[in-house]
Design a protein around this ligand. Structure first.
Ligand SMILES: Cc1cc2nc3c(=O)[nH]c(=O)nc-3n(C[C@H](O)[C@H](O)[C@H](O)COP(=O)(O)O)c2cc1C
Length: 370
């Protein structure tokens, strides 16, 4: 345990008495101030730098495979502080073309008994131009993905133009782009994951990437699509078919779930997407389904309920080239990412893998898919 970790665990009971969104604002603000201190490195978790953790996906090089999932830093305000926690990459967003306030507060709820969260944030964000402006001047210590959405007021029939605007405005500054059609908190958004609308949407986005590449004089950032855990195998295969037709570079599985299952905390009754431990099995099954359906030919990013080195490694062995997390950070605190990377190294060594890439999909044939 380092001093920051001790501080977090001492403060956690008080933080957990605050509204979850207020606590988030307080913690991210404190982290920003901390990393700006001259001797901050004495307080921060020891970085885990090891060539066996290096990995390359869609021509991007990552110092380690553990990333921050979308939604934690929608507007890219905390990049330095999050990089200091040892992440291999950060996914910013979801951002929409126009700024929008999201749903009324409270809209984020902790379920401590279930190590879970329910959120109905509704893409609160400062808009694509504000993020582009910030990224334009930002120091980039690690790969930054940008997750794109549509404004609530944009009807699905016009959704493609919102995503195209996201590509045009943010493509110049992103290491990768994500089409998010899987948030449960924008009414009707998930309808876009059906085969026809998704094909149409992705083809428009691919056109925008081609135009961007011509303008920039270099390849556009790779494109990933983020999927929902609430599709059955037919729904998932339809989305996969659209993604393959449009030749996307990878898939992110999964977003939050609207199902509840067997939970203990009373906050489960809140409307919104459930994340954290109760999502782990479903997200892993979806990932395994996608890996098997594509014979491991399409890069996959695994997210949903990953909370430690063992669950990160299990997702990698099921077929994820990279993993992401959000909820576990709230329960695990600031040294979690370093702990996960240290455990990943031990597990690679135990199983005789010389690299992350060698472990990817090594257990894909074993275990439950959909
Ligand atoms: C408060 C909150 C806000 C989120 N906002 C977004 C978002 O804007 N876009 C998105 O694609 N996913 C969003 N997510 C989903 C996460 O990126 C992730 O897919 C999901 O939480 C499962 O991972 P976890 O169990 O590690 O939290 C959000 C999750 C939470 C908890």
């Amino acid at each position: 345990m380092n001093i920051l970790d001790i501080g977090y665990h001492l403060l956690r009971p008080a933080l957990f008495r605050l509204d979850a969104e207020q606590a988030h604002t307080l913690i991210t603000g404190s982290m920003d101030r901390l990393v700006a201190l001259p001797l901050a490195s004495l307080l921060l978790p020891q970085p885990v730098a090891d060539p066996r953790l290096h990995t390359s996906v869609a021509d991007i090089t990552f110092a380690n495979p553990v990333g921050l999932a979308a939604g934690f830093d929608k507007d890219g305000r905390h990049v330095a502080a999050l990089a200091a926690l040892g992440f291999g990459f950060l996914e910013l967003g979801t951002v929409t073309p126009q700024p929008q306030p999201g749903n009324p507060q409270p809209r984020l709820f902790r379920l401590p008994a279930d190590k879970a969260l329910v959120n109905r944030m509704g893409f609160n964000n400062a808009g694509a131009f504000a993020l582009a402006e910030r990224l334009h001047t930002l120091k980039r210590p690690l790969p930054l993905g940008v997750n794109l959405g549509k404004n609530k007021a944009t009807p699905n029939a016009d959704a493609a133009s919102d995503y195209v605007r996201g590509v045009t405005i943010l493509g110049p500054y992103a290491d990768y782009l994500v089409v998010n059609i899987s948030s449960p908190n924008t009414p009707g958004l998930r309808d876009l994951s059906r085969r026809e609308p998704l094909t149409e949407l992705l083809l428009a986005v691919q056109d925008a990437r081609r135009r961007l590449s011509a303008d920039l004089g270099r390849p556009a950032p790779p494109l990933f699509v983020k999927l929902s855990p609430d599709e059955d195998s037919a729904g998932l295969d339809a989305a996969l078919g659209a993604a393959l037709d449009a030749k996307v570079d990878g898939l992110i599985a999964t977003n939050t779930t609207v199902s509840r299952g067997d939970l203990r905390a009373p906050q489960q009754q809140e409307t919104g997407g459930l994340s954290g431990a109760p999502l782990q099995e479903r997200s892993q099954a979806v990932l395994r389904h996608l890996y098997r359906a594509t014979n491991g030919t399409l890069p996959l990013i695994g997210v949903g309920g990953i909370s430690d080195g063992d669950s990160a490694y299990a997702r990698i062995c099921a077929g994820a080239s990279l993993v992401q997390l959000y909820t576990a950070l709230i329960y695990g605190g600031p040294t979690l990412i370093a702990q996960i990377n240290r455990r990943l190294l031990a597990l690679l060594q135990r199983d005789g893998h010389a690299s992350i890439a060698s472990a990817v999909g090594s257990h894909a044939a074993i275990g439950r898919a959909l």
